[in-house]
Design a protein around this ligand. Sequence first.
Ligand code: HEC
Length: 126
Amino acid sequence: MLVLWPLAGDATDRKTPTAPEEFLTMANPVAPTAEMLKETATLYDNRCSKCHGSNGDGKGSATKDMDVKPRNYTAKALMETIPDGQLFWIICYGSDPDVTEMKGYKKKLSEEQMWSLVHYIRSFAR
Ligand code: HEC
């Protein structure tokens, strides 16, 4: 099932799949310490920034020819509409592979790393 997230501050016609209910209600099990965020910054810079941008604005160097570009994670009002478990689920399983280049990282990263990335992504809007 595809559901459209609110488009506030987001011009793209987005059809990001919605996580199952049990994910949407999950609390992030990882504590957001300064040390964890520093380690996660390196992980993000290596694996995510070419698309999501090193400052999280979604304008990484690899996005020029993409129809569906990554969201702007610095947009606080927009990010507040997306639950942690939704972000985690997309990192885990990827978005719609027919229309986006967001792949799942379930086989490459640990759950702890993926929850840490959720904290890191949220830090762009603070
Ligand atoms: C090849 C480019 C690319 C890479 C690399 C990439 N992403 Fe994405 N990502 C995207 C695109 C494009 C979307 C938008 C998908 C959509 O609109 O459904 C996206 C969506 C997401 C979302 C869903 C949030 C939302 O907008 O609803 C999260 C969370 C995310 N990415 C995190 C990550 C993390 C963490 C990494 C690194 C481990 C990463 N991405 C690597 C391109 C990428």
